[in-house]
Ligand binder design. Structure first.
Ligand code: HEM
Length: 372
């Protein structure tokens, strides 16, 4: 039996339709890995026939192909760095030193979901942002967020089923409609989440994307008061809707545009924490919280450098959502322990491999691309 040290990821989707997104999500599940914490995950991971992290990552590889050295999900990405300028508003909510007023070092990675590092960019693909905050006392917080407002399923088992259901038929290159229909009938949570995902406008690039943490955590302050929270990262860069019918000669146009924008001037987002009410669901990332929940702006995320993934320290980071400082703790959302365990499995596999082919995301930063 494999230890439970790994995590899962989800994928992006095709051309903006709900169903397409859901399928893409499934296709994206390859992944990351977390570190050594062992989670006695209560959803069957410890039984012999259970869905283990290793089995999950095997499925990701079966869906997206085996691409040695790459993340089994969100395989395409670039490393970024900058800082978080905390405004001190978080201090009353969490005792994490990251929220004291002042600057905190940031390392990050923008990515597209999916396990194929050579896929062409698509505006319909789910976008990812992993961030690592490191305060001067060495305290570290990692978070991996995506561009969807809710997750399409509520459990790792359901995500695994979705991956299998959305697997392309070799004959048509598309998921088998009957398999997706069967999945939807069995998963009402997915049927409810899909319209929310489908009506969320898609921006035309990474720079003006809002990223969602989705899972619920608790912030605990110095007095020991804990409040359930979710967080989002909202761009200062103005929204422009993506043109989903546009064709792109540059297969890496999204990463290329991001690099070009950072080279022109630093990009800025706000870290917004959303405070839950006592009756809000804390263990189900497929359910949106009421939009009237109080939001607190904790400060500005400034990204001022972008690097080829393999040159960036972010490449070696496992953006495990359970790497948390004192003052932030996880909820009992089953996705969290599963992600941690599956990311760890993905990380362990990729760390022991040599990359054979370049990722599509490496192209925009190549000198010959004219971007530097
Ligand atoms: C059961 C659900 C999930 C599974 C199985 C899964 C699986 C994975 C895997 C295997 C990776 C690659 C890990 C690595 O090699 O470092 C990954 C990366 C990622 N996942 Fe997930 N994931 C899940 C849910 C989520 C959720 C809910 C979010 C967002 C809230 C998310 C956001 C990301 C992001 C942004 C990355 C890329 C991080 C980076 O740049 O290293 N995933 N996921």
């Amino acid at each position: 039996m494999e230890t439970i040290n790994e995590q899962l990821t989800e994928t992006g989707h095709p051309h903006g339709s709900n169903e397409g997104r859901l399928m893409r999500m499934c296709a994206v599940i390859l992944a990351v890995v977390v570190g050594g914490t062992t989670f006695a995950y209560a959803g069957g991971w410890l039984t012999p026939s259970a869905l283990t992290p290793s089995r999950f990552v095997d499925t990701l590889e079966q869906v997206s192909g085996n691409h040695p050295g790459y993340r089994r999900n969100h395989a395409r990405g670039v490393g970024v760095s900058g800082y978080f300028e905390s405004n001190g508003n978080g201090e009353k909510l969490s005792r994490a030193s990251i929220f004291k007023p002042g600057r905190v070092e940031l390392l990050g990675r923008f990515s597209l979901s999916g396990g194929n590092p050579q896929a062409a960019d698509s505006v319909g693909e789910v976008r990812g942002l992993g961030l690592q905050f490191t305060s001067t006392n060495g305290e570290t917080w990692r978070t991996a967020m995506i561009s969807l407002p809710v997750f399409p399923v509520d459990t790792p088992e359901a995500f695994h089923e979705l991956l299998i259901a959305s697997r392309p038929d070799p004959q048509t290159g598309k998921p088998v409609p009957s398999a997706m229909k069967e999945f939807s009938a069995k998963h009402p949570e997915s049927a409810a989440a899909n319209p929310i995902i489908g009506k969320t406008p898609i921006s035309d690039g990474f720079a003006n994307t809002t990223f969602h943490g989705l899972n619920t955590f608790y912030f605990t302050n110095r007095e020991g008061h804990a409040v359930p929270v979710r967080w989002i990262v909202t761009p200062e860069q103005p929204f422009r809707a993506a043109d989903t019918s546009e064709t792109h000669v540059d297969l890496s146009f999204l990463f290329h545009d991001l690099a070009g924008a950072v080279h022109q001037s630093p990009l800025r987002w706000h870290l917004i924490v959303i405070l839950g009410h006592p009756d809000d669901p804390v263990d189900d990332a497929s359910i949106a919280w009421d939009s009237t929940r109080e939001r607190v702006d904790l400060g500005v995320i400034v990204i001022n450098a972008v690097e080829q993934e393999q040159d960036s320290s972010a490449d070696k980071i496992n953006f495990d959502p359970l790497v948390l400082p004192d003052g932030i703790s996880p909820s009992n959302d089953p996705l969290l322990s599963a992600r941690s365990a599956i990311y760890s499995q993905s990380f362990t596999r990729r760390a022991g491999e040599t990359r054979s082919l370049p990722s599509q995301s490496e192209l925009p930063l190549n000198k010959e691309s004219g971007d530097e």
